[in-house]
Design a binder for this molecule. Structure first.
Ligand code: AMP
Ligand code: ZN
Ligand code: FE
Ligand code: FE
Length: 294
Protein backbone atom coordinates (compact mmCIF):
# COMPACT_ATOMS: atom_id res chain seq x y z
CA UNK A 1 0.00 0.00 0.00
CA UNK A 2 1.33 3.44 -0.81
CA UNK A 3 0.14 6.96 -0.37
CA UNK A 4 0.62 10.49 -1.70
CA UNK A 5 -0.03 13.37 0.71
CA UNK A 6 0.51 16.36 -1.60
CA UNK A 7 -1.65 16.92 -4.70
CA UNK A 8 -3.63 19.73 -6.34
CA UNK A 9 -7.02 19.74 -8.06
CA UNK A 10 -9.02 22.16 -10.19
CA UNK A 11 -10.07 23.86 -6.93
CA UNK A 12 -6.68 25.58 -7.31
CA UNK A 13 -4.10 25.08 -10.04
CA UNK A 14 -4.29 21.34 -10.69
CA UNK A 15 -5.71 20.18 -14.01
CA UNK A 16 -7.74 17.21 -12.71
CA UNK A 17 -10.99 17.61 -10.80
CA UNK A 18 -11.03 15.99 -7.35
CA UNK A 19 -13.04 13.12 -8.84
CA UNK A 20 -10.56 12.61 -11.70
CA UNK A 21 -7.65 12.80 -9.27
CA UNK A 22 -9.17 10.06 -7.10
CA UNK A 23 -9.69 7.91 -10.23
CA UNK A 24 -6.05 8.36 -11.12
CA UNK A 25 -5.08 7.45 -7.55
CA UNK A 26 -7.10 4.27 -7.83
CA UNK A 27 -5.54 3.35 -11.18
CA UNK A 28 -2.06 3.52 -9.68
CA UNK A 29 -3.07 1.71 -6.51
CA UNK A 30 -2.82 4.40 -3.85
CA UNK A 31 -4.51 3.65 -0.54
CA UNK A 32 -4.56 7.28 0.66
CA UNK A 33 -4.46 10.65 -1.08
CA UNK A 34 -3.87 14.13 0.32
CA UNK A 35 -5.81 17.00 -1.24
CA UNK A 36 -3.69 20.12 -0.70
CA UNK A 37 -4.95 22.95 -2.87
CA UNK A 38 -3.54 26.46 -2.48
CA UNK A 39 -5.57 28.55 -0.01
CA UNK A 40 -8.79 26.58 -0.46
CA UNK A 41 -10.56 23.50 0.83
CA UNK A 42 -13.00 23.71 -2.11
CA UNK A 43 -11.94 20.29 -3.44
CA UNK A 44 -12.55 18.36 -0.23
CA UNK A 45 -16.20 17.36 -0.54
CA UNK A 46 -15.98 15.99 -4.05
CA UNK A 47 -12.79 14.14 -3.07
CA UNK A 48 -14.40 12.64 0.04
CA UNK A 49 -17.32 11.32 -2.04
CA UNK A 50 -15.11 9.91 -4.77
CA UNK A 51 -12.69 8.49 -2.20
CA UNK A 52 -15.49 6.69 -0.34
CA UNK A 53 -16.61 5.08 -3.60
CA UNK A 54 -13.10 4.16 -4.70
CA UNK A 55 -11.99 2.89 -1.29
CA UNK A 56 -9.25 5.50 -1.01
CA UNK A 57 -8.68 7.36 2.23
CA UNK A 58 -8.76 11.12 1.61
CA UNK A 59 -6.42 13.18 3.75
CA UNK A 60 -7.87 16.70 3.74
CA UNK A 61 -5.33 19.49 3.57
CA UNK A 62 -4.56 22.98 2.37
CA UNK A 63 -1.33 24.65 1.19
CA UNK A 64 -0.75 28.13 2.62
CA UNK A 65 1.82 30.67 1.48
CA UNK A 66 3.88 32.32 4.20
CA UNK A 67 6.48 35.03 4.21
CA UNK A 68 9.47 34.85 6.56
CA UNK A 69 12.81 36.68 6.75
CA UNK A 70 12.47 37.92 3.19
CA UNK A 71 11.51 34.54 1.73
CA UNK A 72 8.32 32.86 0.54
CA UNK A 73 7.48 29.38 1.77
CA UNK A 74 4.59 26.91 1.69
CA UNK A 75 2.99 25.39 4.75
CA UNK A 76 0.57 22.48 4.62
CA UNK A 77 -2.29 22.17 7.08
CA UNK A 78 -3.84 18.70 7.37
CA UNK A 79 -7.15 17.85 9.05
CA UNK A 80 -8.14 21.43 9.78
CA UNK A 81 -11.70 21.89 11.01
CA UNK A 82 -13.79 23.31 8.12
CA UNK A 83 -15.76 25.37 10.66
CA UNK A 84 -12.71 27.01 12.23
CA UNK A 85 -11.54 30.63 12.11
CA UNK A 86 -8.78 29.57 9.70
CA UNK A 87 -11.40 29.13 6.97
CA UNK A 88 -12.34 32.82 7.30
CA UNK A 89 -8.67 33.65 6.84
CA UNK A 90 -8.61 31.53 3.68
CA UNK A 91 -11.60 33.47 2.33
CA UNK A 92 -9.76 36.75 2.87
CA UNK A 93 -6.69 35.37 1.10
CA UNK A 94 -8.84 34.20 -1.83
CA UNK A 95 -10.37 37.68 -2.24
CA UNK A 96 -6.90 39.23 -2.25
CA UNK A 97 -5.81 36.69 -4.86
CA UNK A 98 -8.49 37.94 -7.26
CA UNK A 99 -7.02 41.49 -7.00
CA UNK A 100 -3.55 40.11 -7.48
CA UNK A 101 -4.57 38.31 -10.67
CA UNK A 102 -5.71 41.66 -12.07
CA UNK A 103 -2.27 43.08 -11.25
CA UNK A 104 -0.53 40.25 -13.09
CA UNK A 105 -2.72 40.94 -16.16
CA UNK A 106 -1.84 44.66 -15.95
CA UNK A 107 1.86 43.84 -15.69
CA UNK A 108 1.71 41.52 -18.69
CA UNK A 109 -0.15 44.11 -20.76
CA UNK A 110 2.50 46.71 -19.91
CA UNK A 111 5.11 44.22 -21.15
CA UNK A 112 3.27 43.91 -24.46
CA UNK A 113 1.91 40.46 -23.58
CA UNK A 114 -1.83 41.03 -23.19
CA UNK A 115 -4.11 38.25 -21.94
CA UNK A 116 -7.80 38.34 -21.09
CA UNK A 117 -8.94 36.92 -17.76
CA UNK A 118 -11.49 34.65 -19.48
CA UNK A 119 -8.70 33.19 -21.59
CA UNK A 120 -6.58 32.52 -18.50
CA UNK A 121 -9.61 30.97 -16.83
CA UNK A 122 -10.03 28.59 -19.76
CA UNK A 123 -6.90 26.83 -18.48
CA UNK A 124 -8.57 26.16 -15.16
CA UNK A 125 -10.68 23.04 -15.13
CA UNK A 126 -13.31 24.62 -12.92
CA UNK A 127 -15.49 27.73 -13.39
CA UNK A 128 -15.14 28.64 -9.71
CA UNK A 129 -11.65 27.31 -8.99
CA UNK A 130 -8.91 29.74 -8.07
CA UNK A 131 -6.67 31.14 -10.74
CA UNK A 132 -2.96 30.91 -10.04
CA UNK A 133 0.25 31.60 -11.87
CA UNK A 134 0.35 28.16 -13.58
CA UNK A 135 -2.84 29.16 -15.43
CA UNK A 136 -1.20 32.41 -16.61
CA UNK A 137 1.82 30.39 -17.71
CA UNK A 138 -0.31 28.02 -19.78
CA UNK A 139 -2.16 30.92 -21.39
CA UNK A 140 1.19 32.51 -22.32
CA UNK A 141 2.32 29.29 -23.99
CA UNK A 142 -0.96 29.04 -25.90
CA UNK A 143 -0.53 32.63 -27.16
CA UNK A 144 3.00 31.88 -28.30
CA UNK A 145 4.55 34.39 -25.86
CA UNK A 146 6.83 31.69 -24.44
CA UNK A 147 7.72 28.15 -25.43
CA UNK A 148 7.02 26.45 -22.10
CA UNK A 149 5.32 27.12 -18.79
CA UNK A 150 8.75 27.00 -17.14
CA UNK A 151 9.95 29.73 -19.48
CA UNK A 152 6.89 31.80 -18.54
CA UNK A 153 7.98 31.57 -14.90
CA UNK A 154 11.67 32.11 -15.57
CA UNK A 155 11.14 35.22 -17.71
CA UNK A 156 7.97 36.78 -16.27
CA UNK A 157 6.01 35.12 -13.49
CA UNK A 158 8.47 33.86 -10.87
CA UNK A 159 8.87 35.85 -7.67
CA UNK A 160 10.59 39.14 -8.49
CA UNK A 161 10.21 38.80 -12.28
CA UNK A 162 8.56 41.65 -14.24
CA UNK A 163 4.97 40.34 -14.29
CA UNK A 164 5.04 39.10 -10.70
CA UNK A 165 2.60 40.57 -8.22
CA UNK A 166 2.82 39.84 -4.53
CA UNK A 167 0.24 37.60 -2.95
CA UNK A 168 -1.38 38.05 0.43
CA UNK A 169 0.50 35.82 2.79
CA UNK A 170 0.54 34.92 6.45
CA UNK A 171 3.46 34.82 8.81
CA UNK A 172 4.56 31.26 9.58
CA UNK A 173 3.69 31.81 13.22
CA UNK A 174 0.10 32.85 12.42
CA UNK A 175 -0.28 29.98 9.97
CA UNK A 176 1.16 27.36 12.36
CA UNK A 177 -0.93 28.63 15.27
CA UNK A 178 -4.02 28.93 13.05
CA UNK A 179 -3.65 25.32 11.89
CA UNK A 180 -3.15 24.16 15.49
CA UNK A 181 -6.20 26.13 16.66
CA UNK A 182 -8.20 24.50 13.85
CA UNK A 183 -7.28 21.06 15.22
CA UNK A 184 -4.89 20.41 12.35
CA UNK A 185 -1.31 19.31 11.79
CA UNK A 186 1.20 21.70 10.20
CA UNK A 187 3.88 20.50 7.79
CA UNK A 188 6.50 22.73 6.16
CA UNK A 189 6.29 21.89 2.45
CA UNK A 190 9.47 21.42 0.41
CA UNK A 191 11.69 23.95 2.29
CA UNK A 192 14.71 23.63 -0.08
CA UNK A 193 12.62 24.75 -3.05
CA UNK A 194 13.36 28.25 -1.81
CA UNK A 195 16.82 28.61 -3.36
CA UNK A 196 17.59 31.91 -1.63
CA UNK A 197 18.57 30.12 1.56
CA UNK A 198 21.15 27.46 2.30
CA UNK A 199 20.12 24.20 3.92
CA UNK A 200 21.79 25.40 7.13
CA UNK A 201 19.71 28.56 7.12
CA UNK A 202 16.54 26.57 6.44
CA UNK A 203 17.39 24.28 9.35
CA UNK A 204 17.64 27.32 11.66
CA UNK A 205 14.24 28.52 10.47
CA UNK A 206 12.78 25.05 11.07
CA UNK A 207 13.96 25.21 14.69
CA UNK A 208 12.22 28.57 15.14
CA UNK A 209 9.02 27.33 13.50
CA UNK A 210 9.16 24.24 15.71
CA UNK A 211 9.10 26.53 18.73
CA UNK A 212 5.85 28.00 17.34
CA UNK A 213 4.31 24.54 17.08
CA UNK A 214 5.35 23.21 13.65
CA UNK A 215 4.52 19.49 13.56
CA UNK A 216 6.38 18.20 10.54
CA UNK A 217 8.36 18.71 7.37
CA UNK A 218 8.29 17.16 3.91
CA UNK A 219 11.09 14.62 3.63
CA UNK A 220 9.60 12.67 0.70
CA UNK A 221 9.21 15.13 -2.17
CA UNK A 222 9.28 14.58 -5.92
CA UNK A 223 11.78 17.34 -6.71
CA UNK A 224 14.28 16.74 -3.91
CA UNK A 225 17.87 15.91 -4.64
CA UNK A 226 19.38 13.13 -2.50
CA UNK A 227 21.13 15.84 -0.47
CA UNK A 228 17.84 17.66 0.19
CA UNK A 229 16.12 14.43 1.22
CA UNK A 230 18.97 13.62 3.62
CA UNK A 231 18.88 17.17 5.02
CA UNK A 232 15.10 17.00 5.60
CA UNK A 233 15.35 13.65 7.37
CA UNK A 234 18.16 14.89 9.60
CA UNK A 235 16.16 18.01 10.54
CA UNK A 236 13.12 15.90 11.43
CA UNK A 237 15.24 13.64 13.58
CA UNK A 238 17.03 16.50 15.32
CA UNK A 239 13.90 18.59 15.98
CA UNK A 240 11.50 15.70 16.59
CA UNK A 241 9.30 16.63 13.63
CA UNK A 242 7.16 14.12 11.77
CA UNK A 243 8.09 13.24 8.20
CA UNK A 244 5.59 13.80 5.40
CA UNK A 245 5.51 14.30 1.67
CA UNK A 246 4.19 13.47 -1.72
CA UNK A 247 4.42 14.28 -5.39
CA UNK A 248 2.93 17.81 -5.50
CA UNK A 249 1.02 16.55 -8.52
CA UNK A 250 -0.64 19.32 -10.57
CA UNK A 251 -1.40 17.45 -13.82
CA UNK A 252 -0.84 19.37 -17.03
CA UNK A 253 0.86 22.40 -15.55
CA UNK A 254 3.70 20.32 -14.04
CA UNK A 255 4.08 17.59 -16.65
CA UNK A 256 7.20 16.07 -15.08
CA UNK A 257 5.52 15.32 -11.75
CA UNK A 258 3.56 12.06 -11.43
CA UNK A 259 0.90 11.18 -8.89
CA UNK A 260 2.17 8.66 -6.35
CA UNK A 261 5.85 9.47 -7.01
CA UNK A 262 7.66 11.39 -4.31
CA UNK A 263 11.41 11.44 -3.66
CA UNK A 264 13.33 9.26 -6.15
CA UNK A 265 10.01 8.36 -7.86
CA UNK A 266 9.03 6.31 -4.82
CA UNK A 267 5.63 6.44 -3.16
CA UNK A 268 5.34 7.76 0.39
CA UNK A 269 5.36 4.86 2.88
CA UNK A 270 2.13 4.03 4.63
CA UNK A 271 3.47 4.63 8.14
CA UNK A 272 3.86 8.34 7.38
CA UNK A 273 0.06 8.64 7.45
CA UNK A 274 -0.19 6.67 10.70
CA UNK A 275 2.17 9.16 12.35
CA UNK A 276 0.34 12.15 10.84
CA UNK A 277 -2.95 10.90 12.28
CA UNK A 278 -1.35 10.12 15.64
CA UNK A 279 -0.09 13.72 15.75
CA UNK A 280 -3.57 15.00 14.89
CA UNK A 281 -5.05 12.98 17.74
CA UNK A 282 -2.42 14.26 20.18
CA UNK A 283 -3.05 17.87 19.11
CA UNK A 284 -6.77 17.46 19.65
CA UNK A 285 -6.39 15.71 23.02
CA UNK A 286 -4.11 18.53 24.19
CA UNK A 287 -6.64 21.14 23.05
CA UNK A 288 -9.47 19.30 24.83
CA UNK A 289 -7.40 19.12 28.05
CA UNK A 290 -6.58 22.83 27.87
CA UNK A 291 -10.26 23.68 27.43
CA UNK A 292 -11.51 21.37 30.16
CA UNK A 293 -12.39 23.13 33.46
CA UNK A 294 -9.82 22.51 36.22
P1 AMP B 1 0.47 31.16 -7.12
O1 AMP B 1 -0.36 30.37 -6.15
O2 AMP B 1 -0.34 31.86 -8.13
O3 AMP B 1 1.48 32.03 -6.43
O4 AMP B 1 1.30 30.05 -7.94
C1 AMP B 1 2.10 29.17 -7.22
C2 AMP B 1 2.45 27.99 -8.09
O5 AMP B 1 3.21 28.44 -9.20
C3 AMP B 1 3.32 27.00 -7.37
O6 AMP B 1 2.58 25.99 -6.75
C4 AMP B 1 4.13 26.40 -8.49
O7 AMP B 1 3.38 25.35 -9.09
C5 AMP B 1 4.24 27.49 -9.50
N1 AMP B 1 5.51 28.18 -9.45
C6 AMP B 1 5.89 29.20 -8.61
N2 AMP B 1 7.14 29.61 -8.87
C7 AMP B 1 7.59 28.84 -9.90
C8 AMP B 1 8.82 28.78 -10.63
N3 AMP B 1 9.84 29.62 -10.37
N4 AMP B 1 8.89 27.86 -11.62
C9 AMP B 1 7.87 27.03 -11.90
N5 AMP B 1 6.69 27.04 -11.25
C10 AMP B 1 6.54 27.92 -10.25
ZN1 ZN C 1 0.21 24.81 -7.24
FE1 FE D 1 4.13 24.27 -2.80
FE1 FE E 1 1.76 22.11 -3.80
Amino acid sequence: MSIDLHAHTTASDGSLSPCELVSRAREIGLSALGITDHDTIGGWNEAFEAGAQAGIEIVPGVELSVSYEGGRFHLLGYYIDPDSALIETLKRIQAARADRNGEILDNLRALGLPLEEAFVRSFSGSPDGQLGRPHFAQAMVARGYVSSTQQAFDLYLADGKPAYATKAVLTPRDAIEGIRAAGGVSVWAHPPLNRHFSLDELGQKAAQWRAWGLDGLETFYSKYTPEENAWARAVCCELDLIESGGSDFHGRSKPTVFLGQSFAHQPVPDEVLQKLKARRDTVREQAAREQAPM
